[in-house]
Design a protein around this ligand. Structure first.
Ligand code: HEM
Length: 144
């Protein structure tokens, strides 16, 4: 059993996907407005980065019914993020910006049930990415 309702995530993401460009751009605008300190972690092409983020979320949603594959994709993603200078403290900032962006863009469709589902889904993504990040840290400690 996954710790979030996959059907609610799928149904609500179906509203996001056709607007992925707009929502991706709005997400980074919100993140950098609220947390200007994280801007320097990213390169200059935020438009392209927004596309990569939304594609990764779409891939994760498609893998909801293949939990083992989803888990290993998120481990790998978390391991790469360790290399981008991302720390555990960054994850809640990104999660908040994501939830707030979805709320602003989906309006009434982002009701209490949908919000709770995305909060729990993000918590799962975050903790699974951090397991991947810790693999990377362990591997570095072994060669050091
Ligand atoms: C739901 C969680 C997240 C998802 C799905 C996600 C997704 C992605 C994807 C798909 C990429 C493209 C490169 C790759 O695939 O490795 C990327 C790059 C990156 N992400 Fe994330 N990310 C997440 C959380 C975070 C957090 C918490 C931060 C911290 C601020 C962050 C900062 C970055 C940075 C700095 C890059 C590299 C950008 C560059 O090279 O310009 N990400 N992310």
């Amino acid at each position: 059993m996954q710790p979030f309702p996959a059907d609610v995530i799928r149904t609500s993401f179906a509203l996001v996907e056709p607007r992925a460009e707009e929502i991706g751009r709005a997400f980074y605008a919100r993140l950098f407005a609220h947390e200007p300190s994280v801007r320097s972690l990213f390169g200059s092409d935020i438009e392209a980065q927004a596309g990569r983020l939304m594609q990764m979320i779409a891939a994760a949603v498609r893998l909801l019914d293949r939990p083992a594959e989803l888990e290993s994709a998120l481990h790998a993603l978390g391991e790469r993020h360790q290399g981008y200078g991302v720390t555990a403290a960054h994850y809640p900032l990104v999660g908040q910006a994501l939830i707030d962006t979805l709320a602003a863009k989906l309006g009434p469709a982002f009701d209490g049930e949908v919000r709770a589902a995305w909060r729990d889904f993000y918590a799962y993504v975050e903790s699974t990415m951090q397991v991947g990040a810790s693999f990377a840290a362990d591997a570095r400690a072994r060669v050091a």
